[in-house]
Design a binder for this molecule. Structure first.
Ligand code: APR
Length: 244
């Protein structure tokens, strides 16, 4: 795909580039998205597995489901898109990465200053006293791990449906969106708020908003430029443009 001159110029001249990523940017690392035809929500019920009520109703099932996802993620490698974004960060000062993903593949690819809107699946905390636990805490007999401080149930640090996003993450992201001159959203269906609202906020504050997604999304009609490609391909092309 040839990119328009206007797009290329905007990219080259951008001084405050923000990249918002969703599950689609990890799809090429073998991690299932949520709303694609074979996505996680076509097989599992989010309210049963990604909500406080679901956890309280069946904590062991929820824990096993997250352990299943962690095992996939621990074996996943950053793909060309993650790696290109890391290189972009070396070329473009102030490049901010805001992610909805919990797989930490941006960090694994060497990206810095990644804002995690939906927490992460690698670290855990006690549901009751909030004591933090790093990494997996599954007991040998596959039992639900308990807090060694208050004996509460341990849960992943992922933000569940109905929960507030980390306050600093969302307020920093909103500030970056407002100040951005180019706002690039990649691999997201733009269906989940407040994350999806960042693209509209950026546009409202005059940013040139680009969508990278092989499929149309709720945001497509508001995008200033659309790249209907997979994220690894698009980010490698963008890196080549900026390197030249
Ligand atoms: N490159 C770019 N985009 C892709 C690729 C790819 N290789 N493969 C799929 N996509 C696109 C799909 O077209 C879809 O628009 O990625 C998007 C994935 O959408 P979702 O599965 O809804 O994922 P996301 O937008 O990140 O979901 C947001 O919802 O369930 C919650 O907390 C969860 O963070 C998640 C949030």
């Amino acid at each position: 795909m040839e990119y328009s001159e206007n797009f290329v110029n905007r990219l080259l001249q951008s001084k405050r580039l923000v990249i918002l990523t969703g599950a689609g940017t990890s799809a090429e690392s073998g991690i299932a998205t949520f709303r694609d035809p074979e996505g996680l929500w076509s097989k599992f019920d989010p309210l049963e597995l990604a909500s406080i009520d679901g956890f309280l109703a069946n904590p062991k099932l929820v824990w096993e489901w997250y352990q299943y996802r962690v095992n996939i993620i621990n074996n996943a490698k950053p793909n060309g898109g993650h790696l290109a974004i890391t290189e972009l960060q070396k070329i473009k000062d102030n490049l901010v990465i805001v992610t909805q993903n919990v797989d930490r593949l941006h960090q694994k690819a060497g990206s810095k200053n990644v804002i995690e809107l939906h927490g992460d699946i690698i670290t855990n905390r006690c549901f009751d006293c909030e004591k933090q636990y790093l990494g997996k805490t599954l007991l040998p007999n596959n039992e639900l791990p308990k807090c060694n401080f208050c004996n509460g149930k341990i849960r992943p640090n992922v933000v569940w449906f109905g929960e507030q996003l980390p306050q600093k993450a969302i307020s920093d992201s909103e500030n970056h969106a407002k100040k951005s001159d180019v706002f690039l959203i990649a691999g997201t269906s733009s269906e989940v708020y407040p994350a999806a609202g960042l693209s509209y906020l950026a546009k409202q504050y005059g940013s040139f908003v680009i969508e990278i997604n092989p499929n149309e999304t709720n945001f497509s009609s508001s995008a200033d430029y659309i790249i209907r490609e997979k994220s690894s391909h698009a980010f490698q092309n963008i890196l080549n443009i900026l390197k030249d």
